[in-house]
Design a binder for this molecule. Structure first.
Ligand code: GUN
Ligand code: ZN
Length: 431
């Protein structure tokens, strides 16, 4: 057993009243036993309860739950930060050519390792990840995640039209490959499968129907795709599916709108679409760095709250410009300022921890530091350079630390990342 002494913050409950429900121990103790969290509380009480635990003194640092990135693309690690395009031409010019390289399994294996390294050095311990159309790229990612016992949710991209022929599958092959991947990986270790039709324009009705069949067959798999991100995209969907009432309706028609369905973006939604998302208990992934980078638009958090729709924060790398979830909140904050409804720091923290875990029905495992949850957590050093040392006082509140680090910080604030009770990343000391 190991006992960590540090300042600790997490949301422990099932309610969504994040402002009230945060639990903070300024001088806290977290006990882990093997892969799980055993206990948490004020240090003095915990130390008394576990006299034989090995103590790691991290006084002055913060221990937080591992962060959850609810939408990103592992092959796009290498195509992040390309100048000048909006969604549809960006896909054609940068994304599809990059994804073609994943026909080579060795390339997929190599990028999977780089990708996971980027996640852990930024404190992310769970991702909902798009791979490529190649089944083997999905195998490569799950294999790499299994090596560090990381809670990985991923799926093979399905697209059977409007993409280069090298990236095109069929309704039938997508169904077969996805089913095989589910059988191989879903609920095996900490892996979970997500059915991944890329977005409505790249799937025929037949392919969406095939995905819907699998969704019916495997009730607890995730579904991930994109929704109403860009105005040209939305107009295209209208032309391609003239007989549906809305973009969301295209997915709904094929039973793809439900709990554990995670829709990237959702920037331009009608009142009916908001209502339907709420009713179905589905989730929107808010990807602010991507939405700003591609000039897509400003996510409407106010409507999400008014309609009681689950929202989780996400990077959307590589249209997203960072792997860092704190920095992702910084851009969410700026987007919300432009909408005159600032997202407060505790809300930001909630959307990358317990809020995301609740949306994904994984809160008994991740997103919090409750006894029984997996020991996925991070150690944060708030005063990691001259500027943060100047700005963040020794006795600063959690809100202030989190906010200042979101705006000013980067991966240097993440000192350690623990997954399944094992330290899988330690920041190198500066030379
Ligand atoms: N819509 C369809 N594919 C993609 C993608 O790879 N990234 C983003 N941001 N939007 C998409
Ligand atoms: Zn995306």
């Amino acid at each position: 057993m190991q006992l960590f002494r540090a300042s600790i913050a997490h949301f422990s409950t099932r309610t969504s009243e994040y402002n009230k429900d945060i639990t903070i121990y300024k001088d806290g103790g977290l006990v882990i036993d093997g892969k799980h969290i055993k206990d948490i509380g004020p240090y003095s009480e915990i130390a008394e309860r576990y006299p034989n635990a090995a103590i790691k003194d991290l006084t002055g640092k913060w221990v937080l739950p591992g962060l959850i990135d609810s939408h990103l693309h592992f092959p796009q690690t290498q195509s992040i930060a390309h100048y000048g395009e909006q969604l549809l031409s960006w896909l054609e010019n940068y994304t599809f050519p990059t994804e073609m390289q994943f026909a080579d399994n060795q390339h997929a294996e190599a990028i999977a390792k780089v990708f996971l390294q980027q996640l852990v050095k930024n404190g992310t311990t769970t991702g909902l990840v798009f791979t490529t159309v190649h089944k083997e790229s999905c195998d490569a990612l799950f294999r790499a995640a299994s090596e560090i016992d990381m809670a990985m949710i991923a799926g093979k991209v399905c697209m059977d039209r409007h993409c280069p022929s090298e990236l095109q599958d069929t309704a039938q092959s997508a169904q077969l490959d996805s089913a095989q991947l589910i059988e191989t990986w879903h609920n095996k270790g900490r892996n979970r499968y997500a059915l991944t039709p890329r977005f409505a324009p790249t799937s025929t009705d037949a392919q969406l129907a095939a995905m819907g069949e699998l969704a019916q067959q495997y009730k607890d798999v995730f579904i991930q795709t994109h929704l109403s991100e860009n105005l040209d995209e939305i107009a295209w969907v209208k032309r391609l599916f003239p007989n549906t009432n809305s973009y969301l309706d295209v997915y709904d028609k094929y039973n793809l709108v439900r709990e554990r369905a995670v829709f990237g973006h959702g920037i331009y939604l009608s009142p009916d679409e908001w209502t339907r998302l709420s009713e179905a208990n589905a989730t929107l992934a808010f990807c602010p760095t991507s939405n700003l980078f591609l000039g897509s638009g400003l996510f409407d958090m106010t409507s999400a709250k008014a309609n009681n729709v689950h929202v989780a924060l996400a990077t959307d790398v590589g249209a997203g410009t960072t792997f860092n979830m704190f920095n992702t909140y910084a851009d969410a904050y700026k987007v919300s300022q432009l909408r005159n409804a600032p997202i407060c720091p505790l809300e930001g923290f909630y959307l990358m921890t317990q809020g995301a875990a609740l949306a994904h029905r994984l809160d008994d495992e991740i997103g919090n530091l409750n006894p029984g949850s997996m020991a996925d957590f991070i150690v944060v050093e708030p005063r990691f350079d001259e500027l943060t040392s100047l700005r963040i006082k020794q006795d600063a509140t959690f809100d202030d630390v989190f906010f200042a680090l979101s705006i000013l910080g980067d991966d240097r604030a993440i000192e350690q990342t623990w997954i399944s009770g094992r330290c899988c990343y330690t920041k190198k000391s500066p030379q």
